[in-house]
Design a protein around this ligand. Structure first.
Ligand code: HEC
Length: 233
């Protein structure tokens, strides 16, 4: 049936695996050792990689890397700006998506282990920051004060020496922005307080700059008319 000298010989019996399915037999060709070791190595590697990638303290996935790089980039502007933890500035920054993103990154690095990834609080640790009740806060500036100085004998650590002053302001603005999300987490504690003030004219003056462009829009209408005129001719 075959020219192969092994076929039908005693040597073939040794090469064949022992099982026999309806007369069909197969050679015993084990996968090579290096392949097995590679396979085992990938299994051994996987749990460490998953831990590193999804690490609860410092995740290394793309989204986290982007947020961190974004915040670092925004922080380059810190040299030019001195933020103050005043009502007006906190209200302004909590409505400023770019700056509030820096506060969110600070929160993800330093605060979420006690207050939860989204500020929902952790039972037995930091309070829920997304509800309408506060323990140490009566007005928006108090948030920055608590972050700066800590509370409850250090159960809430003081961050004044550990964060850039602007970072304290932006973390406070971010925390302020969480209010009202009412996420499921630690049950609300403390007293209900009046709503945060509305953004002041400082912010409106920004949109005011935009509304300055409205005359140009009218100007465009004019030029549209002009454009129609030549078309009529
Ligand atoms: C080690 C745990 C821990 C860390 C880390 C932590 N906090 Fe807290 N935080 C607490 C605890 C506990 C309280 C409640 C203090 C109290 O009961 O008076 C608190 C309270 C607060 C409050 C006041 C809430 C209220 O209802 O009065 C704010 C705001 C706050 N934390 C923000 C932050 C920010 C921002 C960070 C990160 C820069 C941070 N926390 C990091 C544990 C922590």
């Amino acid at each position: 049936m075959s020219d192969n000298p092994i076929v039908g010989s005693e040597a073939e019996d040794e090469l064949l695996s022992s099982h026999n399915y309806d007369g069909i037999q197969e050679y015993d060709n084990p996968t090579p050792g290096w392949w097995n070791w590679l396979f085992i190595a990938t299994i051994a590697f996987a749990p460490f990689y998953i831990l590193w990638f999804h690490s609860p303290t410092e995740p290394h996935n793309l989204e986290a890397q982007y947020d961190a790089a974004y915040a670092a980039n925004m922080k380059l502007k810190f040299g030019d700006i001195q933020m103050q933890p005043t009502e007006a500035e906190l209200v302004k920054y909590m409505h400023d998506e770019e700056w509030v993103g820096v506060g969110a990154a600070t929160f993800a690095t330093h605060c979420k282990q006690c207050h939860g990834a989204k500020g929902e609080g952790i039972v037995g640790s930091g309070p829920n920051l997304t509800d309408e009740r506060y323990i140490n806060v009566k007005k928006i500036e108090d948030i920055a004060k608590v972050i700066q100085e800590g509370a409850k004998n250090g159960a809430m650590p003081a961050w004044g020496n550990r964060l850039h002053p602007n970072e304290v302001v932006l973390a406070a603005a971010y925390v302020a922005s969480l209010r009202g999300e009412n996420l499921d987490g630690k049950p609300a504690e403390g007293d209900e307080i009046p709503p945060w003030p509305e953004p002041t004219e400082d912010v409106e003056s920004k949109s005011g700059e935009k509304s300055d462009e409205q005359p140009t829009a009218e100007g465009e209408e004019d030029s549209d008319d002009n454009a129609e005129q030549p078309a009529d001719k």
